[in-house]
Design a protein around this ligand. Structure first.
Ligand code: SF4
Length: 354
């Protein structure tokens, strides 16, 4: 074959792959393929003037689908949804105490694709891909290349879980486990459903809030057919992420037997005040989601600008306790490397400032 023939073959293969994505993929995959990946386009869509200097990292770049951009307020550079996805130059500054593996996951990774830190729970990194790149993500430096389970790895993961009867719950995580297609997702559900001592499959995902079209009829049927308990933990940080479309998807998930919980991360500039967190809890409850955890930020390199002093976090939490009914108050927790569970913060240890 001449170089020209090779070139044309490659060209037609790429073209046919793109055509296939465009015409034969479900809508959510088309939306995923058109996610915004450059800062200039994002500023333009939000009617914001492009600053003379901005940060555009090559590793863990900007990534955000149009469905999430549509929930941001145009013309507001401090929009709380925008701040969660916009790379900030502060990410490049090394800060003492912020590391690439703050939860010591590398030392709890017995086989490819599986993290086993807690006695009764094991976590599978089914994919390294996400619809959105959250700038505070504690796995932004994770070695997904060495941890993407395929074929034989899936069997080994299931064998590992089958051989440890202490494990009764499996977390599908990543990346975002709903970033894979329904066929692959169903394979995981079927494989795990065959393990007798597994009672619950927990799915940690940002997809319903970021790309609600991902919750399609086929996925709902897979979830409804699963013989295990299905818990879905949505990672919503601000009430503005919740709209009628998400509310409808949550109702469909509940109709399919899925238990819906939420966990948020306390983020400076995004949700670090009591009114914002109260609104979030109320909105979550309105759409049938229990506000479950409020996380202190994991100290991952590149995220220090989102952190706030623990005393401030505690003060906000005291105010939440005063303003909300108990069932609307998420548990304030922190993951500490080496601890056998998420550590609840003991607010009574701290003196109130007001
Ligand atoms: S969706 Fe989750 S895993 Fe993906 S970047 Fe955001 S926080 Fe990280």
């Amino acid at each position: 074959m001449t170089h020209l023939t090779v070139y044309y073959n490659q060209y037609y293969q790429t073209l046919s792959k793109m055509t296939d994505i465009f015409f034969n993929s479900p809508n959510w995959q088309k939306e995923l393929a058109s996610a915004v990946g450059d800062v200039a386009t994002l500023y333009e869509l939000l009617d914001l003037p492009l600053p003379s200097q901005y940060h555009a990292p090559k590793k863990f770049p900007l990534r955000v689908p149009h469905a999430f951009i549509a929930k941001m307020k145009k013309g507001d550079p401090n929009d709380p949804l925008l701040l969660q996805v916009l790379p900030d130059i502060a990410e490049t500054l090394p800060v003492a105490g912020y590391t690439t593996d703050p939860l010591d996951e590398n030392n709890h990774n017995p086989i490819k694709g599986l993290i086993h830190k807690y006695q009764s729970r094991a976590l599978i990194t089914v994919t390294g891909a996400c619809a959105v790149h959250c700038r505070y993500c504690f796995r932004q430096h994770f070695d997904y290349g060495a941890n993407l389970p395929n074929g034989e790895d899936v069997r080994q993961i299931c064998d590992y879980i089958s051989n440890d009867k202490n494990i009764n719950e499996v977390l599908l995580s990543g990346g975002d486990p709903l970033n894979i297609n329904n066929r692959r997702f169903n394979e995981w559900i079927l494989s795990l459903s065959n393990i007798h001592h597994i009672k619950t499959i927990r799915i940690h995902t940002r997809m319903p809030a970021i790309l609600p079209s991902r919750i399609d009829d086929e996925l709902l049927a897979i979830l409804a057919d699963c013989p295990k308990n299905i818990v879905m933990v949505l990672h919503i940080n601000h009430a503005n992420e919740i709209d009628d479309v998400l509310a409808k998807k949550c109702q469909q998930l509940k109709n399919s037997g899925v238990v819906l919980l939420n966990q948020s991360v306390l983020l400076k500039g995004v949700n670090d005040d009591v009114e914002t967190l109260c609104q979030l809890s109320h909105r979550l409850f309105d759409i049938g989601v229990i506000p479950y955890y409020l996380h202190i930020l994991d100290k991952v390199a590149g995220s220090a600008h989102f952190d706030l002093p623990i005393e401030r976090a505690i003060e906000i939490y005291w105010q939440l306790l005063e303003k909300l009914s108990g069932y609307l108050v998420p548990k304030l927790v922190q993951e500490i490397a080496g601890e056998p569970y998420k550590v609840p913060i003991d607010v009574y240890q701290f003196q109130r400032c007001t």
